[in-house]
Design a protein. Structure first.
Length: 239
């Protein structure tokens, strides 16, 4: 079973210390929500490894000091990080049958490139993953403009049945909308809506595998303007 949990937003300049705090909150929440995924077992501290574009990987803990060091190393290896954001990709030392990878691009002010946090999870097929809670963790840590939880089947259905284009706002079985987008959610949308203070609204739309309900929700939200892309050149973090 494969899941992708994503959050996207526009330009938002942030220091290494601010980014490290957001990263730490994300990794700690993931470890709490997925206790069986850690290689050392439930309750044990997870270990992570960087996945750099080139060069050797390095062990990273989830505390802010360790993550700040990893972020500075990533910045030093990327001449464009000051403008585009700092890219960091971490792979957890996971239990058999699991894979947890978290990749982020954040802290920059590019005019055409969205900032992002994307977690890719592979888990045993007989488990039920806490999709809504995982997206909540990303939303509360990063305050994105929009986000979703889905898989390849969801993306394929949205492309073929609703005209979805990669790089534009979307929803999956679970979706997240910033306050400006949440204000455009149409009456009668079939989804469980949950307010996330200081972040936005979480939409629990359908059970995993129900692509028909996701397509219907996507179409309704798009027609209402809740999934309107941020204007380019980008000049704000959220709609």
């Amino acid at each position: 079973m494969r899941r992708v949990v994503r959050g996207f937003w526009g330009p938002r300049q942030e220091s290494v210390e601010e980014l490290a705090g957001r990263w730490s909150a994300t990794l700690d929440r993931f470890a709490q929500l997925l206790p069986e995924a850690g290689a050392a077992g439930a309750g044990a501290e997870w270990t992570w490894r960087t996945v750099p574009a080139s060069g050797p990987s390095a062990a990273v803990r989830s505390d802010e000091a360790s993550l700040a060091g990893a972020l500075r190393t990533a910045q030093a290896a990327d001449d464009w990080s000051a403008a585009n954001g700092t890219s960091l990709r971490l792979l957890a030392d996971s239990a058999p049958g699991w894979k947890v990878e978290v990749a982020g691009l954040a802290g920059g002010t590019p005019e055409f490139l969205l900032q992002s946090m994307v977690a890719t999870l592979v888990a045993p097929d007989d488990l039920r993953l806490p999709d809504a809670e995982l997206l909540t963790a990303v939303a509360e840590a990063w305050q994105p403009d929009f986000g979703d939880v889905g898989d390849r089947a969801v993306t394929a259905a949205l492309k073929s049945e609703a005209g979805f284009k990669v790089g534009t706002p979307s929803v999956g079985w679970v979706g997240f909308l910033s306050p400006g987008r949440a204000a455009r959610v149409p009456d009668g949308l079939v989804a469980l809506q949950k307010e996330l203070p200081d972040a936005g609204v979480l939409l629990e739309i359908a059970a995993p595998g129900d692509t028909e309900a996701v397509v219907a929700a996507y179409q309704a939200l798009k027609e209402a303007g809740a999934l309107e892309p941020l204007p380019r050149p980008l000049d704000r973090a959220a709609l």
